[in-house]
Design a protein around this ligand. Structure first.
Ligand SMILES: Cc1ncc(COP(=O)(O)O)c(C=O)c1O
Length: 421
């Protein structure tokens, strides 16, 4: 820890030495004064995307019309293979893009439960992202299973000893997020996979806050199942289709509950009965939202070129700078670090707790041109995306934040929360 806050010149120096500095130019940044620290919610727009999408709309939809399906039909797989290679550490044919993260979670969790029919328990984190908890609760209800909700620490995440003691021969499935949406706490994927394997349970990972920010090794750690968003650190655009991963040797046995024609053997034979293919396609349902899918393509190119190791390296340095500045400037103003302090235990975002976090978050956006977000009960989430956030952005954002809080500017804003936080 430093004794004084690092000066702005220090951040400038880090920017000057940043091997990823040019990657920022590959994003469309229309307002240079705005500091965007919410890439963990919705990534910025890649500069190539509008033209790319324009061409898909004009030439492929407008010109090719229905004939373009020859090209479109495997787009999800092509992107899935690229994600597998560059982002998820999976093998070709193990990843595809379809539906939303919530829907994919439902499909894979249901398939896993059916494959462990003799077991009665699903383990999850009581503080995991709501959709994960709701989907699991709904499935448990419908399939007469019970949910064992482990209480992770709001700031430091799930204690592996707690998980270890919960895993017995009755556990069918474990559902966990690799990076906690609230605190950014990072789990040890290899250790969790191993614990579950020893107990004979399957693990379904939510990689939404990890994909594109930290290197992931699904194959190497023997992961069973995973899902995740492409609109956060992967910059695929609002509502872009999610990815799903199923380890190759599980393809033959797992069967998902929504029997759509995109999972069917010889799809255009229009067969009478559902007979799913023995590939990753069996986890598809229906026609993909093609334009949203297309937008993932140029976004992924940026990530591939930047490289996950370099993104992770920069991401941890950005997070460390947030924490160092927060210690020096914000803790004396009533903030508390609500994320793991050590970089290797954190994803790319950092949470700071303050009783007035909601009003501060609003004031930051309205009066200081800094966009981050608020999460209940009292967290300001600061998500510097390594692909386009500069060290000086972090320094300037926290400087604006401390001045705004010191002047208590946020007190003028309403305490009622908006619909979206
Ligand atoms: C960790 C996590 N899981 C799942 C979801 C749900 O994704 P979707 O709304 O696209 O289904 C989100 C959305 O932000 C998320 O942050």
């Amino acid at each position: 820890m430093m004794t004084d806050a690092p000066p702005r010149a220090w951040a400038e120096e880090l920017d000057a030495r940043d091997p990823l500095a040019d990657v920022r130019d590959q994003f469309l940044i229309s307002d240079p004064h705005l500091i965007y620290l919410d890439g963990n919610s919705l990534g910025r727009l890649p500069a190539a995307t509008p033209e790319f999408l324009g061409a898909v709309v004009r030439d492929q939809w407008g010109g090719g019309l229905v004939r373009s399906w020859q090209e479109w039909i495997d787009w999800g797989h092509r992107l899935g293979d690229r994600l597998a290679e560059h982002v998820l550490g999976a093998l070709p044919g193990e990843v595809t893009l379809a539906d939303s993260t919530s829907v994919n979670l439902y499909k894979l969790a249901a398939a896993a439960l059916d494959a462990r029919a003799e077991r009665g328990t699903i383990v999850l984190d009581a503080h995991d992202f709501p959709t994960n908890r709701y989907v699991v609760q709904g499935l448990a209800d419908a399939r007469k299973r019970s949910v064992l909700a482990l209480h992770s620490d709001h700031d430091t995440g799930l204690d592996l000893d707690l998980l270890r003691s919960a895993l017995d021969q009755d556990v069918a499935l474990v559902v966990l997020s690799l990076v906690s949406y609230r605190s950014g706490a990072l789990l040890d994927m290899a250790a969790v996979n191993q614990l579950a394997r020893q107990a004979g349970a399957l693990v379904l990972w939510d990689l939404s806050h990890a994909a594109g920010a930290i290197p992931i090794s699904l194959a190497e750690t023997g992961a069973d199942l995973a899902v995740g968003c492409t609109y956060k650190y992967l910059n695929g655009g609002p509502g872009s289709p999610a990815f799903l991963y199923v380890r190759r040797d599980l393809h033959a046995t797992l069967r998902q509950p929504i029997w759509g024609w995109f999972g069917q053997q010889d799809q255009f034979e229009m067969g009478q009965d559902y007979d799913p293919v023995e590939r990753i396609d069996r986890f598809l349902v229906g026609t993909p939202p093609l334009l949203s899918l297309a937008a993932v393509d140029p976004a992924l190119t940026v990530i591939e070129q930047a490289g996950l190791d370099r993104l992770r390296h920069k991401g941890t340095a950005l997070g460390d700078l947030v924490i160092e500045l927060a210690r020096q400037w914000l803790v004396p103003l009533g903030f508390r670090l609500a994320s793991p302090a050590r970089a290797e235990q954190r994803g790319s975002h950092v949470s700071l707790a303050h009783p007035e976090a909601w009003r501060i978050c609003q004031a930051l956006a309205r009066h200081a041109d800094v966009v981050c977000d608020f999460r209940v009960p009292d967290r300001l989430r600061i998500g510097p995306c390594p692909a386009y956030t500069r060290f000086t952005d972090v320094w300037d954002a926290l400087d604006r934040l401390r001045k705004l809080v010191a002047r208590e500017e946020y007190r003028r804003l309403p305490a009622e929360r908006a619909r979206i936080t």
